[in-house]
Design a protein around this ligand. Structure first.
Ligand code: NAP
Length: 248
């Protein structure tokens, strides 16, 4: 395997203006990729792209992954700017935590729309382009919440479990077209999404992690690189847990 691992490949990463998505984009650029940062806020996506090297290396595109036309626009921007579409990481996400007693229908719908519909948009539209090229790698961000189910997250756990089923179904449809589809289930990773958590809840969660620490976004990025590159050329339909051993 020659390094860098993503030389001349074009990767689109959703929700990549910050957090895990940004860490993935940063590592992909270091491995030779040209990247498209898709995020809700076009301005923040542009700032992130500039930090990664700007035109020629990275562009930012405003995109709400739950909107089909936005995803079309983001993928078209990748092909128009860099000529190919080789990797798509469906990473954009939100939480709207509440117990079932207090969760509103809107909170349920929002989480399903971003994670489940957003990932479906990303997978099917990327697959349509990649099958023409007879190659490509799609990486979906699930969560350990989708494996074990978390109280206060009936919306999020359902969506993240759904992403596992979607990944496997899409992998079966696309394997003979040369397109691989895999998923990652992160555990507790330090980002804006988790830093909002009360200190007591945070400490309780850390106490349940065999490695006794929170994960860093770079530790998800390295697994995304593995799944996006030829290092995992004989893997499709898999779900990799990156949790420090939590809920193994
Ligand atoms: P984050 O720091 O909150 O970043 C998520 C990014 O996605 C934000 O920039 C957000 O924009 C963007 N986004 C939200 N809705 C979007 C939409 N409809 N279209 C496009 N972009 C959208 O979160 P993170 O912790 O890096 O999480 C990244 C992924 O990993 C998510 O899928 C998350 O569920 C998953 N994950 C995270 C953890 C963890 O412990 N952090 C654990 C398991 C799984 P705004 O800020 O404007 O909303």
């Amino acid at each position: 395997m020659t390094r860098p691992l993503l030389t001349d490949r074009t990767a689109v990463i959703t929700g990549a203006a910050q957090g895990i998505g940004y860490a993935i984009a940063e590592l992909f650029v270091a491995e030779g990729a040209r990247v498209v940062i898709g995020d809700l806020d076009a301005g923040l996506a542009a700032v992130a792209a500039e930090k990664l090297g700007g035109p020629g290396v990275a562009i930012g595109v405003g995109c709400d992954v739950s909107k089909s036309a936005d995803v079309d626009g983001m993928l078209a921007a990748a092909v128009d700017t860099f000529g190919t579409l080789d990797v798509v990481v469906n990473n954009a996400g939100i939480t709207r935590d509440a117990t079932m007693r207090t969760m509103t229908e809107d909170q349920f719908d929002q989480v399903i729309a971003v994670h489940l519909k957003g990932t479906w948009n990303g997978v099917r539209k990327a697959a349509a382009i990649m099958r023409e090229a007879k190659s490509g790698a799609i990486v979906n961000l699930s969560s350990i919440s989708g494996k074990v189910g978390m109280a206060g997250q009936t919306n999020y756990s359902a969506a993240k479990a759904g992403i596992v089923g979607m990944t496997k179904a899409a992998a079966k449809e696309m394997a003979h077209h040369g397109v691989r589809v895999n998923a990652i289930q992160p555990g507790l990773i330090r980002t804006a999404m988790t830093e909002a958590m009360p200190q007591k809840v945070w400490e309780e969660k850390v106490a349940g992690i065999p490695m006794q620490r929170v994960g860093d976004p770079s530790e998800i990025a390295s697994v995304a690189l593995f799944l996006a590159s030829d290092l995992s050329s004989y893997m499709t339909g898999t779900v990799l847990e990156v949790t420090g051993g939590r809920f193994m």
